[in-house]
Design a binder for this molecule. Structure first.
Ligand code: 0X9
Ligand code: ZN
Length: 429
């Protein structure tokens, strides 16, 4: 029986990921600023897709299409940039991931009778949406579900407001956490749903519930997120089209280049076919407008904004467009370090340590139009991008093995707890 099951799963898996035939992924290490600079033109030349960006202290991971592999390797060697294979056959690795995910899904469904959100497996969009509605119905005194808008393809963009005073106590600081703006970063939504779980279902930090109002938006980009489960595992953007005819073939904009902060001035592309396409204008995407509207609605008491991405184990703060420091740099840095150390003390020894710092300087490239910078530019005092841990080496599949999802959620929650308390102290001062 088990054999037949595995056989059936294989058959389904082999039909998928056709677009990744022949693709390889490589670890890339840059030792000097000159090497980092030399890498930049190669991104366009070979259509490189970095899943995590190399910094001088940590290797990155890049996807390379078959027709560009020889040229890529030649140029890497010419520049003296180190590289080594990460996945020799991306399609096969993805198939392996699928089988594991499917087997986990079946076993966890049997265990929980389909009622709970899994943390031993990746979370599908519909399951997250059902969970939010369930929480809203079961805990009406503290949780309210908001259907903020319909995504480009008509899916609900849902968030949950958590408050013991129905958001009516204007003296309470507000904390806003979003996830899933980049579709393929599958560890991001569970880190937000876990926060909901900890604030409503399993409250161990009562002060966080009493003293703050919370807004939690697990999937900013439901169309893209869905698409990564059904069609293209490494889809990053939204799924919109525009008056630009190219957008009929190449859909979507990068949500994290679409905010109105020095929009489209650096680290972006004007081509709809690029993964860092900024969109036709700032806030052209309904998905980013939802985030914008939440920030503005509660701006007067928004103490902390976190946006969850992966991967790289980093906590990043403004300004990401030019590497300069904001007036609140001291606060940003000290609270960032406090969050990272809390995570660190709860992390597994095989996870890489967190790095904290200015977005552009830590990650090594400038970008315009990010949500983190936008939130800070309109006055949110503490605004961070979390790059959650994503990959472990020595693993057969492509991404963070599902058995580590809960661990990442748990340790990330510890960071949120510390960040919230520190943000509360600063807000009340
Ligand atoms: O490039 C991004 O949008 C983020 N990295 S990711 O690999 N998740 O795509 C980094 C955003 C950092 N924020 C700023 N530079 N402001
Ligand atoms: Zn991201």
């Amino acid at each position: 029986m088990k054999f037949l099951l595995v056989l059936a799963l294989c058959a389904v898996a082999y039909a998928k990921h056709e677009g990744y035939i022949g693709w390889k992924s490589y670890y890339v290490g840059v030792a000097t600023d000159a090497q980092a600079k030399a890498l930049e033109p190669l991104i366009q030349k070979y259509e490189l897709d970095f899943l995590s960006h190399p910094t001088k202290s940590r290797e990155g991971v890049v996807l390379v299409e078959p027709q560009h592999q020889a040229g890529f390797i030649q140029d890497m060697e010419a520049e003296g940039i180190t590289y080594r294979i990460h996945a020799d056959d991306v399609k096969r690795q993805l198939e392996f991931d699928d089988q594991l995910i499917e087997m986990q899904r079946m076993s966890s469904f049997t265990r929980t009778a389909g009622r709970q959100l899994p943390y031993d497996n990746y979370q599908e969009l519909e399951v997250i949406d059902e969970y939010l509605d369930y929480i809203g119905e079961k805990y009406p005194d503290v949780a309210t579900v908001v259907n903020a808008a319909e995504s480009f393809e008509g899916r609900p963009i849902k968030y949950i407001k958590i408050s013991t005073t129905n958001f009516e106590d204007e003296s309470k600081p507000v904390i806003f956490i979003d996830g899933g703006i980049h579709a393929r970063e599958w560890i991001s939504p569970p880190s937000v749903t876990w926060a909901i779980h900890k604030l409503v279902e399993d409250v161990t930090e009562n002060d966080l519930l009493e003293k703050f109002d919370w807004i939690l938006l697990p999937v900013v980009n439901p169309d893209g997120y869905k698409f990564t489960f059904t069609n293209e595992r490494f889809w990053r953007k939204t799924r919109s089209t525009s008056s630009n005819p190219l957008s009929q073939i190449c859909r979507g904009a990068d949500g994290n280049r679409n905010f109105d902060f020095v929009w489209n001035s650096i680290g972006t592309s004007n081509s709809p076919c690029s993964d860092i396409y900024a969109g036709t204008s700032a806030f052209s995407e309904v998905e980013t407008r939802v985030v914008r509207d939440i920030l503005h609605e509660h701006l007067a008491r928004m103490a902390l904004y976190l946006t969850m991405h992966s991967f790289g184990s980093m906590i990043l703060y403004p300004w990401g467009h030019d590497g300069s420091l904001s007036q609140n740099a001291l606060g940003l840095h000290t609270v960032g370090v406090a969050m990272a150390s809390a995570i660190q003390s709860n992390a597994l020894p095989n996870f890489p340590p967190y790095t904290v710092g200015n977005s552009a300087l830590v990650i090594g490239y400038y970008i315009a139009g990010s949500s983190e910078d936008y939130a800070h530019s309109i006055g949110v005092p503490l605004s961070y991008t979390y790059e959650l841990p994503g990959l472990s080496s020595g693993w057969d599949g492509f991404h963070l093995p599902p058995q580590y999802i809960e661990q990442v959620c748990r340790e990330t929650w510890e960071g949120i707890v510390v960040g919230a308390r520190r943000a509360g102290d600063l807000f009340r001062k």
